[in-house]
Design a protein around this ligand. Structure first.
Ligand SMILES: Nc1ncnc2c1ncn2[C@@H]1O[C@H](COP(=O)(O)OP(=O)(O)OP(=O)(O)O)[C@@H](O)[C@H]1O
Ligand SMILES: [Mg+2]
Length: 365
């Protein structure tokens, strides 16, 4: 592998919660000791159930919040030591796409202003005329029309607003885009269009993507690598195909069990979890997953499992994954055909991966 574009080393982020005049606040461990690297040109997906720390991790990666401990590197440079003009440049090179495009776009700014604003900081060399031309080019790149520059965010559909958010992110010429659930607020058909768009832009512009997503079908079709989080930590990480076809961590197996086989064409043993996710204020000792793991043993209650090799570029944090894998057996592929709904989504994603032109949504009037 080449040098990572982004690297997190043992980062944690704690929040103080619930303190009053008479009571000391509790420490909530939103992210705990996460190490992760992102290779240039890849799409890394971060998955895990609500509250496991995905957004907190993404915000730290973007330098929107600072880690309580640990270090972050962008292209080998320590992020916290970057300041002044270099920081402005870094902010342009890393861009964020939000889940809710509406709340992230200033409703009083026209689309032209919204997309042109980052150009004013990142490309002060451009004249007003060149900037307008660049805005038109960016709008075309995301499947919008030049005349959309004169309209305001409320005049657009959800999918179009997300396109505006993407054009704004592209304006500063980023190398890396982090999307926090960039499509989960959209209708399924629109989700596929935006997923296609991101995949196309990634190819055209040589971008690196980090995507947080709930929908495992989206992840399966967008990402090269997947990191699975549970209660603030990464429990498994590896190439997308390996994670879906030979998951090693029981939590990943349970996550995959939750989606119908027909959705992704692989048959596997169903693993059901008991109980609730523990609170990040009082995480269990040992393996953080042991309270819900159907395979947990004594060692899991006391000893924290390290993320260790589970195959090529594949790591899992479980003391017993070898035994569990032989117990649960290798998953078998299901015969075709898949369900009609799954089939239409697969073909949409497949088009995007094959570099087919993006089909912009017709503007709603
Ligand atoms: N600013 C904050 N102050 C206190 N607690 C916070 C703060 N931000 C996040 N948390 C807590 O940290 C934990 C992780 O939150 P985070 O938003 O990172 O989860 P998530 O995986 O993105 O969840 P979701 O899928 O619901 O978006 C949660 O328990 C959350 O309540
Ligand atoms: Mg979140």
């Amino acid at each position: 592998m080449s040098d990572p574009i982004l690297e997190a080393r043992n980062v944690s982020r704690h929040f103080s919660v619930g303190g009053t005049l008479f009571r000391k606040p509790d420490t909530l461990r939103a992210v705990q000791d996460v190490s992760l690297s992102v290779q240039p040109g890849e799409t890394l997906a971060i998955v895990g159930e609500s509250g496991c720390g995905k957004s907190t991790l993404a915000r730290m990666l973007m330098r929107l919040i600072t880690p309580t401990s640990g270090e972050l590197f962008f292209e080998g440079r320590h992020i916290e030591s970057i300041s002044g003009d270099d920081l402005t440049k870094l902010r342009g090179e890393m861009q964020f796409i939000f889940q809710d495009p509406f709340s992230s776009l200033n409703p009083r700014m026209s689309v032209g202003k919204l997309v042109g604003e980052p150009l004013e900081t990142q490309r002060p060399d451009l004249s007003a005329k060149d900037r307008r031309a660049k805005v038109s080019e960016l709008l075309a790149q995301v499947g919008l029309r030049p005349e959309h520059a004169n309209r305001y965010p409320h005049e657009f559909s959800g999918g179009q607003r997300q396109r505006i958010g993407i054009a704004r992110a592209l304006a500063s010429g980023p190398k890396l885009i982090i999307g926090d659930e960039p499509v989960s607020a959209l209708d399924v058909s629109v989700q596929a269009q935006v997923v296609n768009l991101l995949a196309d832009l990634k190819e055209q512009l040589g971008l690196t993507l980090v995507v947080i997503a709930h929908d495992l079908a989206v992840i399966r079709h967008m990402s090269d690598r997947v990191a699975v989080m549970y209660l603030g930590g990464i429990v498994e990480e590896g190439p997308c195909d390996r994670i879906f076809e030979t998951p090693q961590h029981p939590y990943t197996m349970a996550l995959l069990s939750a989606i119908p086989e027909a959705e992704y064409g692989i048959e596997r043993q169903q693993i059901e979890l008991s109980g609730e996710t523990p609170s990040p204020i009082d995480p269990p000792p040992g393996c953080r997953f042991h309270t819900r793991c159907p395979f947990a043993r004594e060692r899991c209650r006391t000893e924290v499992p390290a993320l260790r090799d589970a195959g090529p570029h594949h790591r899992a944090a479980c003391h017993f994954f070898e035994e569990i894998a032989s117990e649960t057996g290798a998953p078998a592929r299901l015969p075709e055909p898949r369900s009609a709904a799954a089939e239409s989504r697969f073909s949409l994603y497949a088009d995007a991966l094959a570099g087919a032109p993006v089909r912009p949504r017709e503007p709603e009037t």
